[in-house]
Design a protein around this ligand. Structure first.
Ligand SMILES: Cc1cc2nc3c(=O)[nH]c(=O)nc-3n(C[C@H](O)[C@H](O)[C@H](O)COP(=O)(O)OP(=O)(O)OC[C@H]3O[C@@H](n4cnc5c(N)ncnc54)[C@H](O)[C@@H]3O)c2cc1C
Length: 428
């Protein structure tokens, strides 16, 4: 087997970027400044700039520096809490309205990609959610039935034998299948959005970190690594990278790391042997594995939380590769060629949040299901600012909670992870 050096950056960044000129933000009062050049910020920028707002995007690193350039590219319509959980908490009508936002986000994303002509390897062959235990498969049946009853969704539950035709792994007991969802190349998607935002007239300044926000009588002043910037309205689109910039946000947003590897190239027929359906998969372990073929069909990608405590990327790559081998015992000998980690963001109720705090607009908290939702809510923030129709969402009235014990550092995560690990060990 040829030896490949391990690249400690996302596979999605290979050969893909939004051009960086060494520019600074112009000295003027912008209508709107957006902090964060991920899917949330870029979709907001596109909507605002196309409505004639003088819009500036400040990005601390490169476009897609955060989760938007680091995710699995799985494009779905589910929320993190199950529908049953939401029915219990909010009642059937509200739970259904929340879940319909997932469907709306998916449709919005596919339509935008199409309308903007973004070439990002979008494919919608459906997705599979393999069940790690027979009990999980039973739970999946109930969830599919409930989504059908309350939302009219068409999904299927397939048994081990049916799954074998789609996924060549002895590990799973069956799966639930979605038909119209799919995947994309997040690097190309982010770069395409940035290009689209600039085409609409937005200004994007990369490598420009916002360090301090000051509220003024007429808007905001922001101290950045490239000087001061003034604006009338401000959007915080920093999601899991809050960097302790503003206490209202870092007291409510829990950043959680998730890591991925991409293997070295294989013969595409070998990848097809392992995942004949070419679909993206997220399994039902509490510490879940999500995996898929690369868009060119030559690599396997897998993500998850490889360790409870902070661990070097090289070690994380070893653990994720070992997981891939346990899912695919017949996988040809291969190595990890790319490894990277990124932050997802959770609120305390695990649902997305959108609105305004201290005069600052925001959308955040999509967990690991944000590829579609972040852009959808980014556009919704813009519509709210423009006071245009279509701005309402079912997430509008959800309280964005904090906890007295939370200061922005999720010190309790290792404890939760130990609990999940035990549940996985005992098949709970
Ligand atoms: C490893 C991983 C796998 C994932 N897989 C999936 C998946 O398969 N499917 C799915 O639906 N979701 C997935 N997600 C979640 C999804 O990627 C996110 O929900 C989504 O990208 C969030 O977009 P965003 O724009 O809100 O945040 P981000 O993309 O994180 O953008 C925030 C940006 O703000 C910038 N920033 C922060 N502070 C400052 C500052 N002070 N000044 C200037 N800029 C600043 C950061 O550099 C960053 O670029 C995954 C996430 C990770 C990390």
């Amino acid at each position: 087997m040829p030896h490949h050096p391990l690249n400690e950056f996302p596979y999605w960044w290979e050969g893909v970027s939004h051009p960086t000129a060494d520019i600074s933000p112009e000295e003027k009062v912008w209508d709107i400044v957006i902090i964060g050049g991920g899917f949330t910020g870029l979709h907001a920028a596109i909507t605002l700039a196309s409505s004639g707002q003088d819009t500036l995007v400040l990005e601390a690193g490169r476009i897609g520096q955060g989760a938007s350039g680091r995710n699995g590219g799985m494009l779905g319509n589910l929320l993190i809490p199950g529908l049953d959980e939401l029915v219990e908490k909010y009642g059937a009508a509200k739970a259904a309205a929340l879940y319909r936002e997932g469907e709306a986000a998916f449709k919005y994303t596919v339509n935008q990609i199409d309308a903007m002509g973004i070439e990002c390897d979008l494919a919608t062959p459906g997705r599979l959610f393999p069940a790690a235990t027979s009990k999980h498969l039973e739970q999946q049946k109930k969830s599919v039935e409930m989504r059908h009853r309350l939302l009219g969704r068409e999904e299927a539950v397939i048994d081990k034998a049916e799954l074998a035709a789609e996924l060549n792994s002895p590990l799973y007991y069956g799966a639930f299948a979605q038909f119209d969802t799919g995947s994309l190349h997040p690097g190309k998607y982010a770069a395409g959005l940035a290009k689209g935002a600039e085409k609409e007239g937005a200004r994007i300044v990369q490598n420009c970190r916002a360090d301090r926000i000051k509220r003024t009588l007429s808007g905001f002043e922001i101290e950045t690594s490239k000087g001061w910037v003034r604006c009338r309205q401000l959007i915080m689109a920093t999601n899991g990278y809050h960097e302790f910039l503003h206490p209202s946000f870092f007291h409510r947003i829990i950043p959680i790391a998730s890591s991925m590897i991409a293997t070295a190239e294989m013969d595409p027929s070998e990848v097809t042997l392992l995942i004949p359906s070419q679909k993206s998969m997220s399994d039902s372990y509490k510490i879940l594995n999500y995996f898929r073929p690369s868009p060119d069909g030559k690599r396997l990608l897998i993500g998850g939380r490889p360790s409870i405590f902070k661990t070097p990327l090289t070690k994380q790559a070893d653990i994720l590769l070992a997981r891939l081998k346990s899912i695919f015992p017949t996988m040809p000998e291969t190595s990890a060629e790319y490894v990277w980690t990124g932050n997802v963001a959770y609120g305390f109720n695990s649902l997305p949040h959108i609105g305004q705090m201290d005069g600052i607009y925001f959308a955040s908290g999509y967990g690991g299901s944000g590829v579609a939702m972040s852009g959808y809510l980014g556009q919704k923030i813009a519509l709210k600012m423009l006071e245009k129709g279509g701005a309402d969402t079912a997430f509008d009235d959800l309280p964005f909670e904090t906890r007295f014990y939370y200061n922005g550092q999720p010190w309790f995560l290792p404890l939760a992870m130990i609990g999940y690990k035990l549940k996985d060990k005992f098949g709970i």
